[in-house]
Structure formats: C-alpha cells, structure tokens
Write a protein that binds this ligand. Structure first.
Ligand SMILES: *Cc1c(COP(=O)(O)O)cnc(C)c1O
Length: 372
C-alpha cells in the first residue's frame, strides 16, 4: 500500500488524546481481522507482552489486561475489581481525572475518601501519611500521574513509598504519561497502572490497558461490580484462551496499536520518545513566554505532556475566536479545564515534533489579532 497517498489530516491535534497519529498507524486498520482467529490472538498476546515489558523488567511479577472502551472504562474496571467488599479507597485528586476516580468509587458504592490538594498543587505527602496512620479502613490508594486537567506531573514514586509503608494497594492512572516517560512500575511497587491506546503510545481510541501485579490481580476473583468491566475475568480469559477477549474486541484498533508499538520501538523506546516530548514542551513554553503568555503551573510541577496557559488579559480575547483562527492555520488546541482561572491547554504528545511547535508559535502570533 502506498501510505503517502492516504489523505493528510486537516489539522494537527494538539489535544492529549485522541492525538495525531502517523499514516502508517491508520493504514494498519485497512484490513479486517477475525476476533477469535489464532493470527489475531497471537497479535493480542504480543501486545500484552510488549506492554508488560515497557512497564518493567520484572515481567515475571506483572501481567497486562486489555479492556474495551476509553481510558475511563479501564479506571472504572480497575477500581470496581480491585476493591473488595468492605474495602476503602483513598484518592489524592488535584484535577478532573482525580475527581473522576472519586466519582467512580461513589457510583460503585465503594467507601472512598479524598485528600484534595487543589488544581495547582501536588498531593500533600504529610497529609497522606497522617491519613493512612489515622484511618485503618483504607485498603487502596489511587492517584493520577499526569493530571491532564492542568499538565501537573504528580510524584508517584514518593507517594508510593508512603502507600507501601502502610501496606496499601497502589493504583496509578498513568493515562496521559505511560509510554511518554520512563516509569519503573516494579521499582515503585505499583499494583495497578492504567493507560489507553490513544495517548503516548500513539494509537487510535478504542481500548485501554491495565498492567497489574499478578499477586494483586489474583486476589480479585469474584470482586467486580460489573460483568463487562470485570478486570479479573478479562485477564483470565485472555490468559487461558491465549489472547481472546471476552466480548467483541476492537480488532482494527488493536492492529493499529501493534503498529504504534513498533513505531515506539523504532523511535528508540520510551526514553527517546520522552526526549522528543520534552523538546516539544520546551519549544512551546519558551516560545509562548516570548509571546507574553504565562503558564498556570510552576515549572517544578509541570509535566511534558500538556501545558495550561492563562488566557490573555486583553478584553477582546475569546477562546472560540482564538481556537478557530488556530484551526484555520492547521492546529487544534484544547480549552482550559481548571475552575479557578481562565486558561487554555496545548498538548505536546502524538506524532508531533519540535518543528511543529515552531510552526504553531508562528500561528499563535498571527492569531493574536488584538495586538498590533
Ligand atoms: C485521557 C485520560 C483519561 C481517560 O479519559 P477517556 O476520555 O475516558 O479516554 C483518564 N485519566 C487521565 C489522566 C487522562 O488523561
């Protein structure tokens, strides 16, 4: 197939998932795959093995489960399966995705506490320790790694040390970071780490994955509060039927994901991809500051995946106009999601490179219609 002849994207997606993917990833979807045939199941097993290997050298201790749906389905599947009856979840929210974990627990009628540190501050480690010391009922602790609401990168290693000191099960939503920054899952002793196809691995949306410590997952039999989101049962079927999903699997999306994993490897693996994302982020922030923009977060808390900028203070600024002008110039950005300030967000992940960031900066400058 002549991949270059595939249509170009009308614009670059600077949104943190779905994001811009390569033509070769999209081209991988142009074939139909039987969901229970051995060829396809073999592919699924390769995806699972590769993801486990990306997460840790201790592949003997961990296993990967794939789950249909968007990232939230996988977070819900993990919380709903990992918490036993009578268990209690402590969430450390500092944005919408942390809040969503609390919402999931409440919807599933799981006892849940939240140590909310607000949108521009990382979790309070002293408070975490005090909470765990005080409340024996807590069995599990959950945190978002890259809080996509702001771009905050939470200190999952330091949090993990405290969680493990008190012997709790550790759940990390690494949706918008896994594959884009090295994470030593076994070293940090994470029990369940969750991500999805359409973030830093640069696949298309349709499923997510949970990399689980085997001994933690094995304790979850019969605990799920949902049939289709039963993480344990999904794992058992994939394991015993060697790559079979319980219900219709997103075959085309999985095929595209295989290609995305091959492209991650060709790029030089996670460490090299992380360098590219950091270069994208540096180019963006340096250039935006030159144009007079301010970042919402202090640099020390900022991750390389998505960055929030305060809206310009000029009264003539309106996000929609700014957005439309940038879109016409080939870039789609993200509205702000914080409640306390007017801001917009720009993602730096996907098939996006520093040269694209340079072009974006030119487009931003040309779209500041109220200036000059
Ligand atoms: C993208 C994302 C999710 C999942 O969102 P979906 O819309 O369900 O894919 C969850 N947590 C974080 C931090 C995310 O960035």
């Amino acid at each position: 197939m002549d991949i270059d002849s595939l249509p170009d994207n009308p614009y670059l997606l600077l949104t943190p998932g779905p994001l811009s993917t390569t033509k070769s990833v999209k081209a991988a979807m142009l074939r139909d795959w039987c969901t229970w045939d051995d060829d396809y199941k073999q592919l699924v097993q390769e995806v699972r093995t590769t993801l486990t290997r990306l997460a840790t050298d201790r592949t003997d201790l961990y296993t990967t489960v794939l789950m249909q749906g968007s990232g939230t389905f996988c977070v819900e599947s993990t919380i709903g399966t990992a918490l036993p009856a009578g268990g209690k979840l402590l969430v450390l929210p500092n944005g919408a995705y942390g809040d969503r974990m609390v919402q999931i627990a409440r919807t599933l009628k799981i006892d849940c506490a939240a140590n909310d540190s607000g949108e521009v501050d990382p979790p309070d480690l002293e408070k975490l320790e005090a909470t765990l010391k005080m409340d024996d009922a807590i069995t599990h602790v959950a945190v978002v790694h890259s809080e996509t609401t702001t771009g905050m990168l939470n200190p999952i290693e330091a949090i993990g040390r405290i969680v493990k000191k008190y012997g709790k099960v550790y759940i990390v939503d690494a949706m918008s970071s896994f594959g884009g920054i090295p994470i030593d899952v076994a070293g940090i002793d994470i029990d369940f780490i969750v991500s999805s196809a359409n973030k830093c691995i640069q696949g298309v949306p349709g499923f997510g994955f949970v990399i689980a410590k085997k001994d933690a997952l094995l304790k979850c039999r019969g605990q799920a509060r949902s049939l289709s989101l039963d993480l344990y049962d999904q794992w058992k079927t994939m394991e015993e039927d060697k790559g079979k999903w319980r219900y219709t699997s997103p075959t085309h999306v999985v095929r595209a994901f295989c290609q995305a994993l091959a492209e991650l490897d060709a790029e030089g693996g996670i460490a090299r991809r992380a360098e590219r994302y950091r270069a994208n982020h540096r180019t963006l922030v340096d250039g935006m500051r030159k144009l007079g923009f301010r970042t919402l977060l202090a640099d020390a808390f900022q991750g390389p995946f998505i960055t929030s900028f305060y809206s310009p203070e000029d009264k003539r600024y309106a996000f929609k106009t700014f957005y439309d002008k940038l879109k016409a110039r080939g870039f789609v950005i993200y509205p702000g999601k914080v409640s306390r300030a007017s801001a917009f967000r720009i993602g730096t992940i996907g098939d996006v490179h520093p040269a694209d960031m340079e072009r974006l900066l030119g487009a931003v400058e040309a779209s500041l219609f109220w200036k000059g």
